[in-house]
Design a protein around this ligand. Structure first.
Ligand code: GLU
Length: 281
């Protein structure tokens, strides 16, 4: 049985890109789940969760109840973190964005290459240059005791060495995992005790998702998520990333750019069939 999911963050109204992702996931599985990814408490709104339910029902989709909300799953993420910490795979990082930018500039001038390679652009922006990885345990503890805020990062090189070479299956093709391409990712943010990658991996396993369909902008994230699955001994999933729906200017729809929402299309008279036609489904 194929279990798929649609996992929106309730930080805005759904747009045509979300409709494409949700319908694709719904049509690809025998069982379809909705998961509300609301770990970012500062940006998530209950009103957007209700709007997600309304839009998906309007599109004719149904999902297994109850709907999981990631904000209720902090205990499970904490357990996964304890596991990684106990194996020495995690270190505290006190750097601010400005510290990271300054370190990257300095490293560039000195032609200094971190063990992970040049701190060039990764899929999520510049790679973390590894500054705090070199901190001693005592220094870390004393900065924590002094009340400095910190994130937790995964020591990716060490983690990758521990699990050995990995692959993932994308649309029937085997891809070699390149875990270093993101650098030492944050697995618990300064303002929340988890991160997107950790929460997704823990929840996909908990919900017994077997096929992940999502936009191809998240294909790169699969490399790090596969590494986390292996570290946490979670089942391997299969993946099918789909092209993004583009607007008339060839740009991807984004909540930030105020993309036309399903709600406003509906209010302007569009039917669910019109939405499907506009996104080629
Ligand atoms: N919550 C993520 C988003 O809204 C999607 C996560 C995923 O599909 O893995 O972009």
């Amino acid at each position: 049985m194929i279990v798929t999911r649609f996992a929106p963050s309730p930080t805005g109204l759904l747009h045509l890109g979300h409709a494409y992702a949700a319908i694709t996931a719904h049509e690809s599985g025998d069982d379809f789940l909705l998961r509300i990814e609301d770990i970012d408490k500062g940006r998530s709104r209950d009103a957007f969760i209700l709007a997600i339910f309304y839009d998906l029902k309007w599109l004719g989709l149904s999902w297994d109840e109850p709907t999981m909300r990631q904000s209720t799953r902090m205990g499970a993420y904490a357990e996964a973190l304890v596991n990684l910490k106990a194996r020495g795979l995690v270190y505290p990082c006190f750097c601010t964005r400005a510290d990271i930018a300054a370190e990257i500039a300095r490293a560039g001038e000195a032609q200094h290459f971190d063990a992970l390679g040049p701190s060039g652009p990764g899929p999520d922006g510049p790679l973390y240059p590894g500054t705090c990885r070199a901190c001693s345990r005592d220094e870390g503890l004393s900065r924590m005791a002094a009340g400095e805020s910190y994130a937790l990062r995964l020591d990716v090189a060490r983690a990758a060495a521990l699990v050995g070479p990995l692959t993932f299956t994308e649309r029937g093709l085997l891809h070699a995992v390149d875990p270093l391409r993101f650098g030492d990712i944050v697995i618990a943010r300064k303002d929340m005790p988890t991160s997107y990658h950790l929460a997704v991996v823990v929840d996909d396993a908990h919900q017994q998702v077997s096929l992940v369909t999502r936009g191809e902008d998240l294909l790169a994230a699969t490399h790090i998520q596969r590494l986390l699955q292996a570290l946490l001994k979670l089942p391997e999933l299969i993946y099918a990333h789909h092209p993004l729906v583009l607007d008339e200017n060839g740009k991807k729809f984004s909540k930030r750019d105020g993309a036309v929402s399903l709600e406003s299309l509906r209010e302007a008279g569009a039917t669910p069939a019109d939405i499907r036609a506009r996104i080629g489904l």
